[in-house]
Design a binder for this molecule. Structure first.
Ligand code: G3H
Ligand code: 13P
Ligand code: ZN
Length: 341
């Protein structure tokens, strides 16, 4: 049973020069591609599911797909994580569905409200043996839309939106979270920078100093590889000026600055879409879904394998399994209940 919380993973990632990749799952091909990539690279994995994914795919289907992945590859440490949970109710539902890790994202609320909703989620989750990620600061992309900012305005005033290291330690002490998603210049989606693509490394350094022991998480960490943007545009798509975080900066944030979890969704969507567009454009008579979803699945797997090297998590599965065993193979209470039933 290699399902676990992120604790055994972050124990080794913290100060270990690698980060665990958190990849979003929305359907069968995506989940197969991710798990096969991690198996091929002997890498730990955080499979993350958003509220939108739950709605799109139906949690019951997702759950069985995850069970299948775990059966196929019992050698790979896997955590099942709620991405951007917005209410304590959703957190409770996910705990009952067997998630081993949840995110409560109150970053768009005023600070005190973020503290309260996060502390409530932590109480509920820790009582069930589930770990919690929260967020402080404001990322670009979806989050700037929430508060009605333009991308230009966001980028011009970036310092104001980055996570405040002093607030972070107050937040950590008052909520008892297990990891913190921080705003350090990344943003969600395929249009991350209008000007120079640059992460605020000094901010990561300050956060590591003010919050020792707290694993930091980077959302919005797709690099939007230009060869895939070009394929999309070549075959009838329209993604002008799509730009991500350069992979060498992600690698630096992980290896030199200690970020423990890196969220990637857009790059998987991009690989899938580029491949499907290519098949449709070059083989217009094709109408068997296996002949375009199959190549799309392969493209996602290659993309994930490439990311596992950027994150330096390739080859780390065994050490995490051993550490988890040493800890006594702790699992959230959902699994004990299931065993007892
Ligand atoms: O950060 C958001 C993730 O990319 C998930 O996106 O809410 O469209 O599933 P979604
Ligand atoms: P990207 O849009 O950069 O892939 O970020 C995904 C993410 O942060 C999911 O929570
Ligand atoms: Zn995110």
């Amino acid at each position: 049973m290699p399902l676990m919380t992120t604790k055994p993973m972050f124990d080794l990632a913290y100060g270990g020069g690698f980060a665990v990749g958190a990849f979003n799952v929305n359907n069968m091909e995506i989940s197969q591609a991710i798990i096969e990539a991690c198996a091929a690279e002997k890498s730990p994995l955080i499979l993350q599911i958003s509220k939108g994914a739950r709605k799109y795919a139906n949690m019951r289907y997702l759950k069985h797909m995850i069970d299948a992945a775990v059966e196929e590859h019992p050698e790979i440490p896997i955590a099942i994580h709620l991405d951007h949970g917005d209410t304590v109710e959703l957190v409770k539902t996910c705990i009952n569905d067997g998630f081993t890790s949840v995110m409560i994202d109150g970053s768009h609320h005023p600070y005190e409200e973020n503290v309260h909703v996060t502390a409530d989620a932590v109480k509920v989750a820790h009582a069930a043996g589930v770990v919690v990620e929260a967020e402080l600061g404001m990322l670009g992309g979806i989050e700037e839309d929430v508060v009605g900012l333009s991308a230009e305005e966001y980028e011009k005033n970036i310092e104001k939106f980055l996570t405040d290291p002093k607030q972070a330690i107050d937040f950590y002490k008052r909520t008892n979270i297990d990891s913190l998603a921080v705003a350090i210049g990344t943003s969600h989606g395929a249009y991350k920078f209008k000007h120079e693509a640059k992460l605020a490394f000094n901010r990561i350094e300050e956060l590591m100093k003010t919050c020792p022991g707290l694993p930091l998480v980077m959302h919005g960490s797709s690099s939007v590889p230009q060869e895939f943007v070009e394929l999309v545009n070549q075959y009838g798509g329209k993604m002008p000026n799509a730009k991500g975080v350069p992979e060498d900066q992600i690698s630096m944030a992980v290896r030199n600055y200690g970020v423990c979890k890196v969220n990637i969704d857009t790059d998987l969507r991009l690989a899938m879409t580029a491949k499907i567009r290519e098949v449709f454009a070059t083989k217009p008579a094709e109408f068997d879904p296996r002949n375009y979803l199959g190549p799309a699945r392969e493209a996602i797997q290659k993309m994930v394998q490439r990311k596992l090297h950027v994150l330096n998590s390739a080859g780390k599965a065994d050490a995490i399994m051993k550490h988890w065993e040493k800890l006594g193979k702790p699992l959230p209470s959902f699994y004990n209940k299931t065993k007892a039933a």
